[in-house]
Ligand binder design. Structure first.
Ligand code: SF4
Length: 298
């Protein structure tokens, strides 16, 4: 996952992941997990598959972290899972329900979830009724969230109070959901994101590894663009960014150019090693907009 500059806090109710596409090749979380395992950090003692993951980077859920946001009284912008992918197939639905119940119970915070698995996000959050009684989409998920606030329930999160079902809208107004798209082969992730109920939908085109001429940005609120940095960083072409900005303008998607990457920075004697200083860029790339306020909940 990538971090987003305006986030103030990270929250990792799960850690660990598996690489699934070229954007994962230089995953910083995978490298960091190995280091944290070596330092003896308790959350990073599960090893992952050596082909797709690594030491300390096996998927692990951490129920003890669920209550952390309840203790943050002042409003914060929270990036969920900087060290994992919340919609990884091995994160149980029951655990996702508990994470969402905590987010529902802390409306003072704004949460950003970035996933490379938007198909699972769409399926779980759309939550079509399969019990045969025709409940509206999302009803079962919301009822399960109420159980996470019920003290005798096995999924109870200590500190949650009754009434989440009635207090919260759906989708949750304080939860933004995004997906990463690194090249044209993964533009289809935007389709899954469009199907995902979310107050704000965003795309992180970072690390941008190729042109994405087939990206449909309709109903996408925010587009973040960035080149790769760090060891083994791959190059970014300015034309790829320019095309995305034209695309975003056509759909009124707010664009945010984060950095042009370390290959570009070296080649252009940039003042920032990651190519993150807009003063170094061509003028037409200096855009850093944010999405409009989240729409009111249904
Ligand atoms: S999905 Fe994100 S966290 Fe998982 S391996 Fe890829 S870059 Fe790393």
């Amino acid at each position: 996952m990538t971090s987003i500059q305006w986030t103030e806090q990270t929250w990792n109710p799960t850690t660990g992941c598996d690489r699934i596409s070229p954007g994962c090749d230089n995953c910083y979380a995978l490298t960091m997990a190995k280091r944290l395992k070596g330092m003896g950090q308790a959350k990073y003692q599960t090893d992952g598959d050596t082909r797709t993951s690594g030491p300390g980077f096996g998927l692990a859920a951490h129920p003890d972290t669920l209550t952390e946001p309840l203790r943050w009284k002042k409003p914060r912008k929270v990036f969920v899972n900087s060290m994992s992918d919340l919609f990884h197939a091995r994160v149980p639905r029951e655990f996702l329900v508990r994470v969402f119940a905590v987010m529902a119970a802390t409306p003072q915070h704004t949460y950003q979830i970035l996933t490379k698995r938007p198909e699972r996000a769409a399926r779980i959050l759309t939550d079509l009724c399969r019990c045969g009684t025709g409940h509206p989409p999302g009803e079962h998920f919301r009822s399960s969230m109420e159980w996470a606030a019920t003290s005798h329930s096995p999924t109870y999160v200590p500190g949650l109070e009754h009434g989440i079902y009635h207090r919260s809208g759906w989708p949750l107004p304080n939860v933004w959901i995004g997906t990463s798209i690194e090249n044209a082969d993964y533009a289809r992730r935007a389709d899954a994101l469009r199907e995902t109920p979310a107050a704000v939908r965003f795309i992180s085109a970072e690390p941008l590894l190729g042109a994405v001429p087939n990206l449909d940005l309709s109903d996408i609120d925010w587009l973040i663009v960035g080149g790769e940095s760090g060891t083994g960083a791959r190059p970014l072409e300015i034309g790829w960014v320019e095309d995305l900005l034209v695309n975003a303008a056509e759909t009124a998607t707010a664009p945010f150019v984060k950095q042009l990457g370390s290959v570009w920075a070296r080649a252009n004697n940039a003042t920032d090693a990651k190519g993150g200083n807009p003063a170094d860029w061509p003028a037409n790339l200096r855009v850093r907009e944010y999405p409009a306020a989240a729409p009111a909940a249904a």
